[in-house]
Design a binder for this molecule. Structure first.
Ligand code: SF4
Length: 74
C-alpha cells in the first residue's frame, strides 16, 4: 500500500498514460485524457514511485507521511 500523498499537475500532463500502465490500481485517465488518482493506496509504494519516475514531464509529485517531497527529487 502506498503511503504517498500523490498530486498530478494537470496543466503539465501530456496524457501518454505511462503512469496508468505502471501503477494500474492507482492512476487512470479522465475524460480529458489527463491522469487522475483513482486510489492513492491502490498499489505498493515502490510501484507508485516507479510510475512517478516514468512520467516524462515529471508532473506526478509524491510526498511522504512526514511531508517530505520524494519525487521529483528536489
Ligand atoms: S505519465 Fe505523466 S504525462 Fe503521462 S499520463 Fe501520467 S501524469 Fe500524464
Amino acid at each position: 500500500m502506498s503511503e504517498y500523498k500523490i498530486e498530478i499537475d494537470r496543466d503539465t500532463c501530456i496524457g501518454d498514460q505511462l503512469c496508468c500502465n505502471e501503477a494500474t490500481n492507482t492512476f487512470a485517465m479522465d475524460d480529458d485524457n489527463i491522469a487522475k488518482v483513482i486510489n492513492p493506496t491502490g498499489d505498493p509504494a515502490d510501484t507508485v514511485l516507479a510510475a512517478a519516475k516514468s512520467c516524462p514531464v515529471d508532473c506526478i509529485k509524491l510526498t511522504d507521511q512526514g511531508g517530505k517531497q520524494v519525487w521529483p527529487e528536489a
